[in-house]
Design a protein around this ligand. Structure first.
Ligand code: CDP
Ligand code: CDP
Length: 217
């Protein structure tokens, strides 16, 4: 009988969650769900359809119209596959506000739990170890200095940001602040999560670290 297990990877913006989760999912041959991309998808949809992002009642109406599916690592909203749209500056700037609304969070947390039931899987986000999967078998909390994270973002060709180094540092600090001070499901280390500071570690070293603690050696 196959043993199903879940790995929760949380941490602030640009701490390496998605890169490391992708590698781990290949090495362990299990699924991977990027929950940040789901919050970005909702933000994209609301912007695209002209909702006032500060009006919580409007947002609640808007998200009732959304059918979100996750298939083959693709996020599909009302039959449209979203890819590059998710990482634009306007989505990045607004996603922390949208993810502070309870109607948005409860919709996505339900979907995430449903997906995590089926197979062994890695979920990355902010509240996976604390709220989405408090019983996950393995929990990690990635951190790195804001300047290190900004430098990595700047080098990252996929991030599609037309920002200077200083602007990226500011955006990272602003989202760290919003994400860790919001009322519902703030960014917070689960008590039983293992902290990995990658400021001075390569991607491979972080992956090795995680594999060692999963294998218990
Ligand atoms: O890639 P980056 O770390 O910049 O962000 P992301 O993981 O794509 O997440 C974008 C935003 O979604 C975060 O800044 C949070 O505001 C929100 N988020 C959340 O609230 N809860 C999650 N589980 C994942 C993301
Ligand atoms: O998903 P999250 O926003 O936490 O971060 P990411 O997009 O996976 O990582 C941000 C950037 O940092 C990517 O370009 C990674 O390749 C890079 N990175 C690194 O250079 N060294 C690490 N130890 C971790 C991430």
């Amino acid at each position: 009988e196959k043993k199903v297990f879940r790995i929760a990877i949380d941490g602030p913006s640009a701490s390496g969650k998605s890169t490391i989760s992708k590698y781990l999912s290949e090495i362990l041959a299990i699924d991977y769900l990027d929950t940040g991309a789901m919050y970005r998808a909702i933000t994209f949809y609301l912007l695209e359809n002209g909702y006032s992002l500060t009006d919580e009642n409007e947002i609640e109406k808007g998200i009732k119209k959304i059918i979100l599916k996750y298939d083959n690592n693709n996020i599909i909203i009302n039959n449209k596959i979203l890819k590059d749209e998710l990482r634009t500056e306007v989505v990045t700037k607004n996603v922390s506000l949208i993810s502070s609304y309870s109607s948005v969070r409860s919709k996505l947390v339900n979907i995430q739990r449903e997906i995590a039931k089926k197979n062994s899987i890695i979920l990355d986000g902010r509240d996976i170890g604390t709220v989405v999967l408090p019983n996950a078998e393995y929990k990690f909390f990635l951190v790195a200095d804001p300047e290190v994270r900004a430098r990595r973002r700047l080098k990252d060709k996929n991030s599609r940001l037309n920002m200077t180094f200083d602007e990226i540092v500011e955006d990272i600090k602003r989202r760290d602040y919003l994400d860790s001070t919001r009322a519902i499901s703030p960014l917070k280390k689960a008590e039983d999560a293992i902290v990995i500071d990658s400021s001075k570690l390569t991607i491979n070293e972080v992956v090795e670290n995680i594999l060692k603690s999963i294998r218990g050696i």
